[in-house]
Design a protein around this ligand. Structure first.
Ligand code: AMP
Ligand code: TRP
Length: 327
């Protein structure tokens, strides 16, 4: 039986971080065993916030390197840049003509920008429509994402169902978000969600010294060394759980509860577990960084496959809604 398609994207709006890795990249790469994956760099989405050509190019590269350094197999997974499949913009327009603005006004990301009094460009307002086009154009079944993207995937599903209903045809597959409970929201240095836009991230490919420096900045409560501490409410411990073995976690949790363990020591343990985990991907990242043509080839090959599918979907969509011959 044909494998179901998995699709996800990452915005090149900053350097990829541990939240991206644990919330999305790792779960997405696991689907290589069971699905037909299409993973892309959401450059058009990043354009809603990033208006610096050099930075945008650098961040696209970093995102591609991150997938590859953590084990993306280009023979299994199509990795590509969003702009290499311009058909998504066409589908985005078509979907937009079928969505009420009230739906977009309920999007968390838009509401957060509005409540913070930030200026909102039309791209930001229309963000969920373009994201729905990304998902629907590849007939995606599974969309591995962190919890913050759940609403967007549900909106895509609603748009698909609405179109199928209106035109009385199975135009689109109804997608499902895939969210791993234990990594749904990875905390950042300040305890809020780790996010490029909060400046509270642990980037994936820092040299060990710089990584350690950042780990030492993680915010904790002000309990002294001797006091007993609660691992369940500590950011350092929450991150430790993502990198340490079960035995190591149990051991550190006991030391938290017993008292006599300072947060500096807990942070050192976290740094060591992270550094051990990141050592090999860091090497792979360095190799790939030195061979940009190889990365370009992977992206070109992925784009070609993705675009073929997108063009096929678009002729089905055009036919169904009257922009092309009835099929
Ligand atoms: P973004 O960096 O916003 O493009 O996010 C790329 C993917 O990483 C999305 O699926 C997000 O849900 C996920 N992600 C980003 N930050 C976190 C976080 N702190 N915890 C869990 N998942 C995250
Ligand atoms: N909005 C997603 C994020 O910020 C990125 C994205 C764009 C995406 N299009 C997508 C994710 C389609 C999944 C499917 O993380």
């Amino acid at each position: 039986m044909a494998r179901k398609r998995a699709l996800t994207g990452i915005q090149p709006s900053g350097v990829p971080h541990i939240g991206n890795l644990k919330g999305m990249i790792e779960p997405a790469l696991q689907l290589q065993e069971t699905h037909e994956p299409f993973y892309f760099i959401a450059s058009y989405h990043a354009l809603t916030s990033t208006k610096d050509a050099t930075l945008l190019r650098d961040y696209q590269r970093e995102a591609a390197l991150s997938f590859l350094a953590f084990g993306l197999d280009p023979d299994v997974t199509s990795l590509f840049l969003q702009q290499d499949v311009p058909e998504v913009c066409e589908l985005s327009w078509i979907l937009g003509c079928h969505v009420n603005t009230g739906v977009l006004e309920r999007a968390h990301a838009y509401k957060a920008a509005r409540d913070a009094g930030r200026e909102i460009n039309a791209g930001t307002f229309n963000y969920p429509i373009l994201m729905a086009a990304d998902i629907l154009i590849y007939d995606s079944h599974a969309v591995p994402v962190g919890k913050d993207q759940k609403q967007h995937v549900e909106m895509a599903r609603d748009m698909a169902a609405g179109m199928n209903h209106r035109y009385g045809a199975e135009i689109f597959v109804l997608p499902e978000p895939l969210i791993k409970a234990e990594v749904a929201t990875v905390p950042g240095l300040d305890g809020r969600k780790m996010s490029k836009s909060y400046g509270n991230t642990l980037p994936l490919f820092l040299p060990p010294k710089k990584l350690r420096k950042l780990v030492m900045k993680i915010v904790t409560d002000s309990k002294g060394v001797d006091e007993a501490k609660d691992p369940g409410s500590c950011n350092v411990f929450a991150l430790y759980e993502l990198f340490a073995t079960a035995d190591e976690q149990a051991d550190l949790a006991d030391r938290y509860r017993a008292g006599g363990l300072g947060y500096g020591h807990a942070k050192q343990a976290l740094f060591e577990a992270m550094d051990r985990f990141l050592a090999e991907p860091r090497e792979r990242y360095a190799e790939l960084s030195a061979d940009p043509e190889q990365v370009d080839r992977v992206l070109a090959q992925g784009a070609e496959k993705a675009r073929g599918i997108a063009q096929h979907t678009m002729s089905r969509v055009r036919g169904a809604i009257g922009l092309g011959p009835a099929r």
